[in-house]
Ligand binder design. Sequence first.
Ligand SMILES: Nc1ncnc2c1ncn2[C@@H]1O[C@H](COP(=O)(O)OP(=O)(O)O)[C@@H](O)[C@H]1O
Ligand SMILES: [Mg+2]
Length: 502
Amino acid sequence: MVVSLPWHDRSEDVTDLRAAEKVLDEDHHGLKKVKERILEFLAVRQLTKSPKGPILCFIGPPGVGKTSLGRSIARALGRKFVRASLGGVSDEAEIRGHRRTYVGSMPGRIIKGLREAGTRNPVFLLDEVDKMSSDFRGDPASAMLEVLDPEQNKHFSDHYLEIPFDLSEVLFITTANVYYSMPRALLDRMEVITLPGYTTEEKLVIAREFLIPKQLTDHGLTEKNIEITRPAISTMINRYTSEAGVRNLERSIAGLCRKVAREVVSGRTRRMTIAPHRLDDLLGPPKFKPDEGHKESLIGVANGLAWTEVGGVLLTIEVITMPGKGNLNLTGQLGDVMQESARAALSYARSNAEALGIPVDFRDKLDLHIHIPKGAIPKDGPSAGISMALAIVSALAQRPIRSDVALTGEITLRGRVLPIGGLKEKALAAHRIGIQTIVLPADNQSDVVDIPIDIRKRLTFKYVTTMDEVIAEALLPKSEAAVSAELTEPAAIQEPAAADGN
Ligand SMILES: Nc1ncnc2c1ncn2[C@@H]1O[C@H](COP(=O)(O)OP(=O)(O)O)[C@@H](O)[C@H]1O
Ligand SMILES: [Mg+2]
């Protein structure tokens, strides 16, 4: 064991940053800011010639390219690449090894990784550092701290190895899914780069230029054997996956390649063109419903726009009233910030009840229930504030909300509208669903340039600073309520009892 470790072998670094940039571009579409920060990081490392800088940490949802960026950095530097997953590690010995007196003893993952690399200066990716846990067998996070600390890792001791190994030339990179579960002490040493995920348009390019060519090669196929049409890729993105990254999309493409490989080998066909209608057959029925808005203007239903872990989405916000005592129910797995935002929206409606045409005594008679469907998508943040306020006012005042309008904006208790993030992604989502008008905070006016021009031209933006303006843009007069009720619930109108009771 001792002899098989790379005590002296090291690879020569590629120092040409332009070559590094080229490699990063070859391996990944987009990610402009991420690549820039990586190149800056590499430049500083080269100038300071010291490994004492911070450790890169990629944070983002699955399938956004964290691991493959690590691999790409290794390729750009001409270094070996190894990775170790720390997910679920709770035993310090996993990192530091077992003493040889222990039955079945082994070195820890760091030393194993170096043996695998065969050089003492690989790029070493430590995956899922946020998923380590500590228990009675010691705290792996503090062992990691020692591994990553340039003051201490010159003499890293693995219990199995017994003599120290110098880790100071290793370029460690860490990854995590979420920020908040990262061990604090580790986070302090890291330079965090977040990868938020891709728009449908970006996924389409990634599929065509990266995932499909890669899967074809892996399955021994060429473009002569299979053509996946653009609409078929779109359908796979929107109906077969629901994710921020492209992991399941890549799996679906692999699934298609397997089917085609079988057809080709059995001689049944030499070439298959895959259009959307073939997907049912090849991949099974779609797993997700298309993202769609509702057609009629309804009471208590608002089109909120949100920026979630899976990108920009339309969140249909439903508010219903029922007999009660002024309680507020929230369902649909809303995060803390969103819940607070719902309470602020309700307070606004309460304190302005009279002006809003809401029965002032509603608190003594009614409970409010706010529901945001799509339980699988984690939803948080303040930007649904004005949509929730609008839906509450609509439900209480019995005035319908225009269905062709989508909204985004934070609300204060006094009904002021504050700016939000992720406008580009939200606008893309609104456009996808066929919304024409977006109500947004006046303070976000300067962000509109980020929206691709062809989509910008087809949307109308209404800038608002107060809730009054939101209501003026999106709420229809009460008299039209009857019309919309008729549209949605024709059965109820025909009921003779309802007519009598009037
Ligand atoms: N921007 C991108 N361009 C090209 N391929 C990408 C991009 N982002 C992700 N991929 C590919 O998607 C797949 C999943 O990425 P991966 O690195 O495993 O994600 P993560 O580690 O963040 O979960 C890989 O095949 C990766 O190469
Ligand atoms: Mg990964």
